[in-house]
Design a protein around this ligand. Structure first.
Ligand code: ADP
Length: 427
């Protein structure tokens, strides 16, 4: 492990789930990718990787803070040799968010005359035509995003949306230009830049459009977009022979071994079914949520139960209950208090399990996973094979606890045998 790995691609993501999605997309496209939680320490030791995705929570914070944190991430990534940086935003864009201010700051640092911007990701139904973002078959402002609680979108024209947020003038590279190939796009960008335009929304309707965009973006030091442009950049890097090795080999390196455990804090239908199925092949302990809220003894009881068993094979500890039981608990204690207490109990249990030697950990539940990862103080993950769509095996990097693999899934993800499927890919 050496801090000298030179990155082909550095990414700054404005939220955690977007970062995971991008890291997974880059890995599937053939880049060895690490996702970090926040801006890493200067001396973080990395394995040989092509890309690092720094996950920030900068989407809904004050703009000045978002700029400061993004620039800290930028400087870390450039320090690791990243010649191109992708500022990863949500594929549905943000009307009143920090995209413009962060783009302006990163652009000034990069000295690029013009930045390519596209949130298009056709495989997830996000396409851009004449600068208008479509979600499936409808323009953004007619999609359910018009009613989003944090970022309601009332304008589908991204040239206008970005111009309202940015200090620079915004132009368009349309689909007709894109369909004529990389040279035509380069010529159009040069023309826009000569006109004093500093950012261009780029249309994209098909995967091949993303490939053209990726190819052209690599001429620049900065681009802005969602996982779709990440895919385009990754394909361009692989085509140019700049990817170090096939990502699929990354996780097939040495097996971790050691005891395995699963934790479930999600109460989704999918997770409830997965827990029931896991019960056929491994011991399952159902926590008593009332006792969890009453104090820390319930977590200690669970740990003692686990330590008696994990030498013989994987185990599962679940707080999950049916919607009726969840509603009853919430009405007695309040939703936030109940959720927080259970998340902290799960974090206590995860910490105790790792201290007792567990090296393979599967966690079901988005908030639950966040609480566990925070407690284990894991600075980042090397992304591996996909267990289920959007849920890769993760190998901890730079953690104080030594080698470890995890699978973190939000509630609804994964097939009915998710826990066994995950463990099968985590030898
Ligand atoms: P998902 O990905 O399914 O949304 P999360 O972990 O994000 O799962 O959220 C589940 C929330 O429910 C967490 O805050 C968790 O602590 C809480 N929780 C878990 N078990 C129970 C329970 N039995 N009753 C009430 N809340 C629970």
């Amino acid at each position: 492990m050496t801090p000298a790995t030179k990155l082909s691609l550095g990414c700054i993501a404005d939220d955690y789930t977007g970062a995971s999605d991008l890291a997974n997309t880059l890995t599937r496209a053939g880049l060895r990718t690490v996702q970090t939680i926040g801006v890493p320490a200067d001396d973080l030791a990395l394995p040989e990787v092509d890309a690092v995705v720094v996950s920030l929570k900068s989407r809904s914070i004050e703009a000045g803070l978002a700029v400061t944190r993004s620039r800290a991430a930028e400087s870390w990534l450039r320090g690791r040799g990243a010649s191109h940086i992708l500022f990863k935003i949500c594929s549905t864009f943000d009307d009143a968010g920090n995209i413009g201010p962060v783009m302006d700051a990163l652009r000034a640092d990069s000295s690029d005359s013009i930045v390519l911007v596209t949130p298009a990701f056709p495989e997830t139904g996000r396409t851009v035509y004449q600068g208008n973002l479509f979600v499936g078959s409808v323009p953004l402002n007619e999609s359910p995003l018009k009613d989003h609680p944090l970022n309601p979108m009332h304008d589908s024209n991204l040239v206008r949306v970005l111009a309202r947020q940015s200090k620079t003038k915004v132009g368009l590279v349309d689909l007709a230009t894109l369909s004529r190939g990389a040279e035509a796009v380069r010529a159009r960008l040069a023309e826009l830049a000569r006109g004093g335009i500093g950012a261009a929304i780029v249309d994209a309707v098909f995967d091949r459009d993303l490939e053209t965009i990726g190819q052209v973006a690599l001429d620049h030091r900065l681009s802005v977009g969602a996982s779709g442009i990440g895919l385009g950049l990754a394909r361009a890097l692989v085509a140019a022979g700049k990817a170090k090795s096939d990502a699929a080999t990354a996780m097939s390196e040495a097996a971790i071994g050691g005891p395995a455990a699963c934790l479930a804090g999600s109460c989704s239908q999918a997770t409830l079914r997965q827990i029931a199925n896991a019960g056929k092949v491994m011991p399952v302990l159902h926590l008593d949520p009332e006792r969890v809220i009453a104090g820390r003894e319930e977590a200690q009881r669970a740990l003692a139960w686990a330590r008696d068993r994990f030498g013989a094979g994987p185990i599962l500890i679940a707080s999950s209950s049916t919607p009726e039981e969840v509603a009853a608990l919430q009405s007695r204690h309040g939703r936030d208090a109940a959720g927080h207490a259970i998340e902290q109990a799960m974090a206590d249990i995860a910490e105790g399990l790792v201290q007792s030697g567990v090296r393979r950990l599967v966690v079901a539940g988005g908030e639950t996973s966040g609480a566990v990862v925070d407690r284990l103080r894991i600075p980042g993950f090397l992304v591996g094979a996909e267990i289920a769509a959007g849920v890769p095996v993760l190998r901890a990097v730079g953690a104080g606890n030594g080698e470890m693999v995890l699978a973190l899934k939000s509630g609804n993800f994964g097939g009915p045998e998710f826990f066994s499927d995950a463990l099968a890919l985590m030898p």
